[in-house]
Design a protein around this ligand. Sequence first.
Ligand SMILES: [Fe+2]
Length: 176
Amino acid sequence: MAMTAPPSGAYKIVAVPELYGDTIRRLGVEGTYVGGSEADSPWVPFGDNAAIRHLAFDVRDNVYVNILWIKGPGVIGTHKHRGRVWAIGLEGSFRYLEYDWVCKPGEFITETPGTAHTLVTDDPGGMKALFHMQGANEFYDEHGNHVETLDVWWFINHYETYCREHGLPINPALYL
Ligand SMILES: [Fe+2]
């Protein structure tokens, strides 16, 4: 039924019934596609040894999706989550000082409100992981003093500031 393999070129778009079609056309929001180029979304520096590729910003739910790339052995400072995180390893590996596991490509982790931890990669090639994040991240210094809060507005500003400074277009497909 759902999974069939017609000859190449035989696929067709099917019009499906929709009880609420008029309402969806009036209020619904179409999904987006973000390609792989710098113009679609550049790698924006995040400290000296890392970069973030922003993929989605949802200001209604304070949700943001991005790829974190740490380019070699290094650390992302201690932070406390005020929302939920889902993440999947893409390249290299990373761990947290507070936990006993190491996340490698294809492995999935969750982080929950109220937890605090310190991300480290020991991999010579660093790490890449996709993060789906909700709510705020509070960053702290080595003495436990609050330094900065990162939320959807911080991430939007991080992306847009870099684009403005480098003459890159703001990609509307990143905004839900
Ligand atoms: Fe975290």
